[in-house]
Design a protein around this ligand. Structure first.
Ligand SMILES: Cc1cc2nc3c(=O)[nH]c(=O)nc-3n(C[C@H](O)[C@H](O)[C@H](O)COP(=O)(O)O)c2cc1C
Length: 364
C-alpha cells in the first residue's frame, strides 16, 4: 500500500506564486520524493511531522493536510495503557479524521511489553499506517513512570517491548529514541541494532542525550553512525529549520528522511514548499492562523481550544520581528473570540515578519 500526501487538496490555501523564498537545491527534491519501503508499506515522500504533545493534534493536522507535501504524520504521544479502551471522540489526543489514517502513525508511550502490544493492536485495528514506540521523551512525568527515554536505561526490556509489539501487529513498527542518558554514540548504535533485531521497521533518531530537552545542538554525526549500522530506514530529527538545514542533514548523515518538529508548527506550508514546487502567498501567516482558530473551535470544546491555541501561539509568533510582544498579547486572551479579534488588529498593522523564525521562542 502506498502512502503519500504530497499534493495537498483542492482547498489548498497556498498558491503557486514563488515570491521571496529561495528555491530548493534541485538535488534535494527528488530525494524527498523518492519512494521508500517501510515494513510492508511504501511512502512516497520522506518528510514526516514529528510527534509533539500539545501541538500535533487533530486540528493542527487538518491545517497541515490543506498544504500537503508530507509522507507521514505522527500523532502526539498517547498513553499505551489508555489506548485499548480510549474513546476517539472524547480523547484529546487519541483522535483523528478517517481520511488521515493512510498516512497517520500513532505514537504510544508505556513501560511494559504487554501494555505497548495491546495498544498497538488497537492502533492496527483502527487502520493507522503504523505505530511508533516512544523511547525518547525525557519529560519528568513520563520518565518517572519508567516510560519514554527511561526505557533506554534497560536495553533488554527495550528489545522485549519491540519484539512483543512486532509479534502483535503487522503494520509498520517505528521506534523514536535519543542518544541515551550519556553522550555515547556507541550506545545509540547498539540500541539501533537491538531495535532492528527485535523487529522495528524504521527508526527516528533525535541525537540529544535524555536530560537535554533542547538546549544544546543535536549531534547529527551520531545519526550518520546509526544509519550506517542498520539496514532499516533511519529518519533524522533535530534543528532542521530551513532548506539549508534540510539539505545538510540529508547530505551529512545519509539518513533516509527527516522528521520535522517545531518548524512544522511555525510554518506548516514548508512540507509543500520543500517537497513540491509550491510557495506561499504573502497572506500565508494570516490565513494560517485564522484557519487554525476555526479548526480548534471545530474540534475542541472552548476551554481546550484556547489552551491548545496558547501552546501553538508561541510558534506562530516566532515568525514576527516583535514576536515576543505578539505572543504576550495573544497569551492574555481569555477566549477564542478575543484571539480572533486580536489577530485582525495585528494584521491591520502590517507587522514585520522574519524569514527564519526567532528560534529563542522555540523553547516550549
Ligand atoms: C512541545 C513539544 C512536544 C513534544 N512531544 C513529543 C512527543 O509526544 N513524542 C516524541 O517522541 N517527541 C516529542 N517531542 C520532540 C519532537 O518530536 C522532536 O524530537 C524535537 O522537537 C526535535 O525536533 P525539532 O528540532 O525539529 O523540533 C516534542 C517536542 C516539543 C517541542
Amino acid at each position: 500500500m502506498a502512502s503519500s500526501h504530497g499534493n495537498g487538496n483542492m482547498n489548498c490555501f497556498i498558491t503557486p506564486i514563488c515570491a521571496d523564498l529561495k528555491m530548493m537545491t534541485p538535488g534535494i527534491r527528488p530525494t524527498i520524493n523518492q519512494p521508500l519501503i517501510i515494513g510492508q508499506k511504501t511512502i512516497n515522500n520522506r518528510l514526516f511531522l514529528a510527534p509533539m504533545a500539545g501541538l500535533g493534534h487533530i486540528a493542527f493536522r487538518e491545517l497541515l493536510s490543506q498544504c500537503g507535501g508530507y509522507g507521514l504524520l505522527f500523532m502526539e504521544m498517547c498513553n499505551a495503557r489508555a489506548v485499548p479502551h480510549e474513546n476517539r471522540h472524547f480523547s484529546p489526543v487519541f483522535r483523528w479524521r478517517d481520511e488521515e489514517l493512510p498516512y497517520l502513525v500513532c505514537q504510544i508511550f508505556g513501560a511494559t511489553p504487554v501494555d505497548m502490544a495491546r495498544a498497538a493492536e488497537r492502533i492496527e485495528s483502527e487502520g493507522f499506517f503504523g505505530v511508533d514506540l516512544n523511547f525518547g521523551c525525557s519529560v519528568q512525568a513520563i520518565v518517572k513512570k519508567n516510560c519514554g527515554a527511561a526505557l533506554l536505561k534497560n536495553p533488554v526490556l527495550s528489545s522485549e517491548i519491540v519484539k512483543t509489539v512486532r509479534k502483535a501487529v503487522s503494520v509498520p513498527v517505528f521506534v523514536k529514541y535519543r542518544i541515551g542518558w550519556e553522550d555515547d554514540p556507541g550506545f545509540s548504535v547498539d540500541m539501533a541494532r537491538r531495535f532492528e533485531d527485535a523487529g522495528a521497521d524504521a527508526l527516528t533518531f533525535h541525537p540529544r542525550v535524555a536530560p537535554d530537552r533542547r538546549s544544546r545542538p543535536p549531534k547529527w554525526d551520531y545519526i550518520r553512525q546509526v544509519k550506517a549500522a542498520v539496514s532499516i530506514p533511519v529518519f533524522g530529527n533535530g534543528n532542521v529549520f530551513d532548506e539549508n538545514d534540510l539539505e545538510a542533514i540529508l547530505l551529512k548523515t545519509a539518513c533516509d528522511g527527516v522528521s520535522l518538529g517545531r518548524i512544522a508548527i511555525a510554518k506548516p506550508w514548508l512540507f509543500a514548499a520543500w517537497s513540491k514546487d509550491i510557495q506561499p502567498a504573502d497572506t500565508i501567516l494570516k490565513e494560517t492562523i485564522l484557519k487554525m482558530i476555526a479548526l480548534l473551535n471545530r474540534h475542541f470544546e472552548p476551554h481546550m481550544a484556547i489552551k491548545l491555541f496558547k501552546k501553538y501561539a508561541i510558534y506562530f509568533a516566532a515568525n514576527f520581528k516583535f514576536g515576543h510582544a505578539i505572543y504576550k498579547e495573544l497569551s492574555k486572551a481569555g477566549n477564542m473570540e478575543a484571539v480572533e479579534q486580536h489577530i485582525h488588529l495585528l494584521f491591520e498593522k502590517n507587522p514585520a515578519t522574519l524569514k527564519r523564525p526567532d528560534l529563542n521562542m522555540f523553547t516550549r
